[in-house]
Ligand binder design. Structure first.
Ligand SMILES: NC(=O)c1ccc[n+]([C@@H]2O[C@H](COP(=O)([O-])OP(=O)(O)OC[C@H]3O[C@@H](n4cnc5c(N)ncnc54)[C@H](O)[C@@H]3O)[C@@H](O)[C@H]2O)c1
Ligand SMILES: O=C(O)[C@H](O)COP(=O)(O)O
Length: 596
């Protein structure tokens, strides 16, 4: 899969403008020579010049076999584990997708070194704190995760640590192996009737709560974003952070590592806890200030801790926390069951393959979610949106900076039934790619527009009638610019193009104030002329003599024998000589050649 072909093309091809008079609206008639080329949808990945060639996927950490098998059906798969940061960076320009677990840091440098090729990062698991999401978005790289397949494994591991800690299983095991028999030393504590505070009541937290209820514990939970009825259904009460830490006998952490949760358990919060509290962490090491935890263990505030995750993994061998007698540790094993790893591998393989094929994964982390059925329905409009953007920007006269773009969506549907994020992203792609070497997709469209000072405003035109189709037409207007084809300026002085989807094919239906009807495939010649007999024949024969195949022709005119705009779809780019000959036809006042 060649991921660079699209954005390296500079579609500003020679254009000749002969005059710049402003013209008035018109009716349209058309001669159509249908030439239906199936449109591919590239929401995430760029158009591939070698459609048959397989993408390359690097699997940088151990993944279940079922996932590898699935990946191999669609891609060239390289499994290279324990790469150094430098090795990963040097690999990134040779791969289309990268799959990691929690041990690989996918840094800004990885995206920078990829030089636009790396289009998908798959995190085979939940936590995406090891991926620089900001950099991924900036470079248009989709990040997907596998958020559900290891939930039960993590919850079971949390419960395993909770019970093992309460009954000193690890310490007692070691003591016997050291030749001792210390029955009095390892008297534990009971769980039944004790209060467990589940911090983070998401997928894992709620499964831990459910299991703890089964052990006869009183479960409270703290999660600023969790719905109270979900907690109630499990028999847990949602409480404030302070109440949770102050009343719990056991605290189990299940929130993601974010700037807001980093070191959320610190000296201050340990000071609020009941003396003798016990802590379990299967979330992320960074949510605990580990030095503060050592202090709390030493002072007796925390009786015991059981930890699966650490701020630095693996932790240093001489870590006071790991070596602490009252601390039980496992090497980030929460997701490590046979079942979870097979499930995660399949979940991530499907997400990555789907994304490489241009689909939007349901588990996209840095792109808006667009449900599959909406995507299917919007597909032809997505193609139309990009082409309108591409066409509009090519009509802008040299030197005019494109800063303000107005998009109107005409629809008979209710406002909530039309999600325009995808359409806006594709218009942005069409507007920016022809005039830069930036690759734009759904992931980085808004970011890229903002970076370039491009302001895109959207409005809806509410239509009456039956809303079988999501949209009737899309209008794109570029304000405060000159045009290299004056007829593209509407009465308001904006470069204006309007398009519709007809039989699944995007059509240009208006340029400036002229109504035309030409399918948006291949390339387009727009001519403004004095309406008179024989014009279609004259232009058609020049193109024919030059062996340029015409796919579509349409003429929009103000009135018979007055001004008209002829739109001609061509399969091959005409030579400069051919365009010159068209320009020399006396009735033609201006014309422009545009690549769609
Ligand atoms: N040890 C392991 O191998 C292992 C396995 C799976 C998941 N995890 C980790 O467990 C954590 C939870 O995973 P999940 O699948 O349940 O994720 P999730 O997104 O379903 O749940 C996280 C919950 O934390 C809540 N939250 C966010 N900020 C919070 C805050 N300041 N205070 C309290 N709650 C807050 C969210 O509202 C959400 O409900 C993640 O960090 C994940 O990486 C670890
Ligand atoms: O966030 C997760 O999914 C877990 O921490 C599992 O991480 P792992 O894939 O490295 O086991």
């Amino acid at each position: 899969m060649a991921t660079t072909s699209n954005h390296l093309t500079k579609p500003f091809l020679p254009s000749l403008s002969l005059s710049s008079k402003k013209l008035s609206p018109s009716s349209a008639f058309s001669v159509s020579i249908p030439n239906r080329v199936p449109q591919r949808l590239y929401i995430i990945c760029s158009a591939s010049s070698g459609i048959s060639s397989k993408p390359t996927i690097l699997v940088a950490e151990k993944l279940g076999e079922a996932g590898i098998t699935l990946l191999k059906q669609h891609a060239n798969v390289e499994c290279l584990y324990n790469l150094t940061p430098e090795e990963l960076e040097s690999k990134s320009s040779l791969i289309d997708a990268l799959i990691v677990r929690s041990a690989t840091k996918v840094t800004r440098e990885v995206f920078e070194s990829a030089r636009g090729r790396l289009k998908v990062v798959g995190r085979a698991g939940v936590g995406i704190d090891n991926v620089d999401l900001g950099a991924a978005t900036e470079f248009g790289c989709l990040v997907v995760n596998a958020p559900t397949a290891n939930t039960v494994a993590a919850a079971e591991h949390g419960i395993a640590l909770l019970t093992a800690m309460a009954r000193n299983i690890a310490q007692a095991d070691k003591s016997i192996k050291d030749g001792k028999w210390q029955r009095n030393k390892y008297v534990g504590v009971s769980l039944v009737g004790k209060t467990l505070a589940v911090m983070g009541f998401g997928k894992v937290g709620s499964e831990v709560a459910r299991r703890a209820k089964g052990l006869g514990m009183h479960v409270i939970a703290h999660d600023p974003y969790a719905p109270a009825d979900r907690a109630r259904a499990i028999g847990a009460e949602l409480v404030s952070f302070d109440e949770a830490v102050a009343t719990a006998d056991f605290i189990s952490l299940h929130m993601p590592l974010t700037p807001a949760t980093a070191k959320i358990l610190n000296d201050e919060s340990f000071a609020k806890m009941k003396k003798g509290v016990r802590i379990v962490n299967v979330a992320r090491g960074g949510v605990i200030d580990e030095d503060a935890l050592v202090r709390a263990l030493d002072s007796g505030i925390v009786a015991q801790a059981a930890l699966d995750v650490f701020t630095v993994e693996p932790p240093p061998a001489d870590s006071k926390l790991v070596q602490h007698e009252r601390v039980t540790v496992t090497p980030h094993l929460g997701a490590s069951t046979m079942e979870a790893q097979e499930g995660v591998a399949i979940e991530i393989a499907e997400a990555v393959i789907g994304a490489l094929q241009g689909e939007l994964a349901a588990t996209a982390v840095n792109a808006p979610m667009v449900p599959a059925e909406v995507l299917t329905e919007l597909k032809p409009y997505v193609v139309l949106a990009e082409k309108l953007g591409r066409l509009a920007v090519q009509l802008v006269g040299g030197g005019s900076g494109v800063k303000t773009v107005k998009v109107s969506y005409a629809s008979a549907r209710g406002p909530d039934d039309l999600d325009t994020r995808l359409l806006r992203a594709m218009i942005t792609k069409g507007l920016i790619e022809p005039i830069s070497d930036v690759f734009v997709n759904l992931v980085n469209a808004d970011y890229t527009a903002k970076q370039r000072g491009l302001r895109i405003t959207e409005e809806r035109i509410n239509l009456d009638g039956a809303p079988e189709n999501p949209l009737d037409f899309i209008q794109v207007r570029i304000a405060n610019v000159e045009s290299k084809f004056a007829s593209a300026l509407s009465e308001s002085g904006e470069v204006t193009v309007v398009g519709r989807v007809k039989d699944g094919i995007p059509h240009l239906t208006k340029v400036g104030s002229f109504e035309v009807d030409v399918s948006m495939e291949g390339s387009l010649i727009l001519c403004r002329q004095v309406d008179q007999p024989g014009m279609i024949g004259k232009v058609g024969s020049i193109l024919g003599e030059e062996n340029v195949n015409v796919s579509f022709m349409s003429v929009g005119r103000t009135a018979p024998r007055k001004q008209a705009v002829m739109a001609i779809g061509v399969d091959e780019p005409p030579s400069k000589e051919c365009l010159k000959r068209i320009g020399e036809i006396p009735a033609i006042e201006e014309f422009v050649y545009l690549k769609l």
